[in-house]
Ligand binder design. Structure first.
Ligand code: SF4
Length: 377
């Protein structure tokens, strides 16, 4: 029997009585929460770091990065004092590199403008680079026990089911409603635990594909379960089509040393290192683009095969990138810009997972095609 639904002439109304949600959820969380490294501290620096890493990234992926990062930069002062390149190297493989650049910029601001102490309000946290409404709410509630709501993908799914929200969850109107509902559910105390409990429920019980409603502490309150349409909620708008990119890569090498260049700070893979690359338009030929890549580094007479030595396809969040890779033997004495490194030394640079896949596909056996996916890296 469902608890607390309002009954009208029309039958069951999708407005559950949520007065017991805070109590039930906190009780469940204290018994069932996973022991995750960032839950052992309420230090705002550690909370912030974990929240930045967890955006769009699985918990299991984040754990070793989080531990390595905290080991290298145990305080906001040590992060602010580090060169950006070292920060990017420790981040390499996590994807969404703007997060790492923002992390570094925000650490500098915390040290230079706030005396090394994080602002303790949502408004103050929002003034830091890379901190949006969700991250500000998470830090304010978990580290400072502020009464601040949060809505991420897990929370949105739980709330959409709990309140039987039938509109696509990413639309601005639905987001506004979700934030308002999240705020209305906050208990008077322990808001940090409550927010984490909502996220934990979404991650471990109210999962996208096969929610375990029989183990859910909110099962008697949940409107989607009462209506028997859990599988249809949340509704999603059709995702945008993947943008296709074709990138030509020049593996310019002199014996065992390869030329690496640094990407511009902003945009895709900003600030990371790579073999020289250039995006190809429909009308352009690989040979012309390889010449312009060589000119970029003042190299002439670049010899390469007529066809790519390897092709790598990577699927990122919004695009599918096809890399056509050419091995090009040159004399580095003539080149300018970039760094000439062995592959063993190059792996110490911040490289995207896509560039590592490009390098792996080209060595040691050329002329093979490899398709990889999973990414944003
Ligand atoms: Fe999610 Fe099922 Fe719990 Fe409803 S009862 S909140 S659908 S797990």
């Amino acid at each position: 029997m469902s608890r607390g639904f309002q009954i009208s002439d029309c039958g069951l109304k999708a407005t559950p009585d949520t007065s017991g949600v805070g109590r039930d959820l906190l009780k469940w969380y204290r018994r069932h929460r996973r022991d995750l490294p960032w839950r052992r501290s309420r230090d705002p620096y550690a909370v912030w770091l974990s929240e930045m890493m967890l955006q769009q990234t699985q918990v299991a992926t984040v754990i070793p990065y989080y531990q390595r990062f905290l080991g290298a930069f145990p305080t906001v002062h040590s992060l602010a004092a580090a060169p950006l390149e070292r920060v990017l190297a420790l981040w390499a493989g996590l994807g969404y590199y703007a997060r790492a650049r923002n992390l570094h910029a925000a650490a500098i601001q915390v040290v230079t403008r706030h005396g090394g102490k994080f602002p303790d309000t949502v408004a103050g946290l929002l003034s830091l680079p890379g901190i949006g409404r969700y991250t500000a709410g998470a830090i304010a509630s978990i580290a400072f026990d502020r009464r601040a709501p949060i809505v991420d993908g897990n929370v949105a799914r739980v709330l959409a089911r709990l309140f039987l929200i039938r509109t696509p969850i990413k639309t601005p109107a639905t987001q506004k409603r979700l934030w308002s509902l999240a705020e209305s559910l906050l208990p008077a105390r322990a808001c940090g635990d409550f927010n984490q409990a909502l996220m934990e429920l979404g991650a471990t019980v109210c999962t996208p594909g096969s929610p375990r409603c029989e183990s859910c502490p909110l099962q008697r309150t949940c409107a989607a379960r009462a209506a028997n349409i859990v599988g249809q909620i949340p509704r999603r708008a059709r995702p945008p089509a993947l943008r296709r990119m074709h990138v030509v890569v020049a593996a310019l090498h002199d014996a065992d040393r390869y030329l690496f260049e640094r990407r511009p700070d902003n945009g895709l893979w900003g600030g990371l290192w790579q073999w020289p690359t250039i995006e190809r338009g429909d009308e352009e030929s690989d040979a012309t683009l390889l010449k312009s890549l060589a000119r970029r580094h003042a190299l002439r007479r670049v010899k390469h095969a007529a066809a790519p030595d390897a092709i790598v396809i990577r699927t990122l969040s919004h695009r599918r990138v096809r890399f056509s890779i050419y091995r090009c033997r040159v004399s580095r004495k003539r080149g300018v810009g970039g760094r000439w490194l062995t592959l063993q030394d190059a792996v110490k640079l911040p490289l995207s997972a896509a560039m590592k896949a490009v390098m792996a596909a080209t060595e040691p056996a050329p002329r093979r095609a490899r398709q990889t996916s999973g990414g944003r890296r």
